[in-house]
Design a protein around this ligand. Structure first.
Ligand code: GTP
Ligand code: MG
Length: 287
């Protein structure tokens, strides 16, 4: 496995801006991807936010394996981490998030009331790695498409405040990664789900990693999506050939156009065309 790295200057800057705004923030919403809960937690953000109240948002649950999402929620709760599940694309999650926020910030409200302060809007900062749905989450809470979203890393470039109908003010931030993934698997998980810029990635390796994962954990998905019979008898490259043949990804001369196969597979994997998938289990990561 190759060492993947992506920590451009703008992320360094975004990290500094997060630190600068922190003193005026009441609560941090750390958005993670429910398909890769641990790989999508930035260890450096944890260091920056220190003792600030935090609510972890397991987002994109519509794309993740429901059983494993429940396992992860139970695990985090057992660790005393406040967390909540979210599908930021549909439904309105404001009531649920606001209620949980009020619960977490009750000590702060009581302290301020004792000082004679009237109740004010909570200030929440939304942080996380690129492409986990921070901006979409904010649009959901505000009920409008106030900030730009897109299925690419690095869509949000600057910080911005957004109001909601509840007493809640949100601060959107650009996604931030960290300088080195100690565990190479983390880099591959992030790459496979689109949190790292594709231009700098060994995409063939990433796709082979994804196919191997499916062969081991969900082989029938390859049959359902691409009509490949007995996929477990094939190598990942043979699977790529089969996908290419079935989808007409061919170069002149009849050779397989691997670039197109790669693009097609990544699209399918990232957009749950291969079904709901979670790449890491509590057991794999911690036991
Ligand atoms: N299926 C699904 N898609 C989601 C969800 N939340 C966000 N998305 C999609 O994921 C992509 C990334 O969302 P953004 O909100 O732009 O992500 P971000 O974390 O702000 O990304 P950066 O600004 O690049 O750091 C978009 O295509 C969203 O529509 C979700 O809960 N479910
Ligand atoms: Mg964004």
């Amino acid at each position: 496995m190759k060492q993947i790295q992506w920590f451009p200057g703008h992320m360094q800057k975004a990290r500094r801006q997060i630190e600068e705004k922190l003193p005026i923030i009441d609560i941090v919403y750390e958005v993670i991807d429910a398909r890769i809960p641990e790989s999508s937690r930035n260890p450096f953000l944890a260091e920056i936010i220190k003792n600030k109240p935090k609510l972890m948002i397991l987002n994109k649950i519509d794309l993740a394996d429901d059983t494993l999402t429940r396992e992860w929620m139970e695990y985090y709760e057992s660790q005393g981490i406040e967390c909540i599940t979210s599908n930021a694309l549909t439904g309105n999650i404001l009531t649920k998030i606001y209620k949980k926020t009020e619960e977490i910030l009750r000590p702060l409200v009581e302290k301020e009331a004792e000082k004679g302060m009237t109740k004010r809007a909570f200030r929440a900062m939304v942080i996380g790695i690129p492409n986990v749905g921070k901006s979409q989450f904010i649009n959901n809470l505000s009920g409008k498409n106030k900030v730009k979203t897109g299925n690419l890393p690095g869509v949000t470039k600057t910080q911005s405040y957004i109001k909601t109908n509840s007493d809640l003010l949100l601060l959107d931030n650009p996604g931030v990664l960290w300088p080195k993934f100690e565990n190479k698997l983390v880099g591959y998980n992030l790459a496979l789900l689109g949190s790292i810029k594709d231009d700098i990635l060994p995409l063939d390796d990433i796709v082979i990693y994804g196919i191997n994962f499916l062969l081991k954990n969900y082989p029938n998905r390859l049959t359902e999506r691409y009509n490949i019979q007995n996929p477990e008898k094939l190598t990942p490259v043979e699977i790529m050939d089969e996908i290419g043949l079935r989808r007409g990804c061919k170069l002149s001369g009849g050779h397989i156009d691997y670039e197109r196969v790669i693009a097609l597979f990544l699209y399918d994997f990232r957009n749950s065309k291969l079904g709901k998938i979670t790449l890491e289990t509590v057991k794999d990561v911690f036991l």
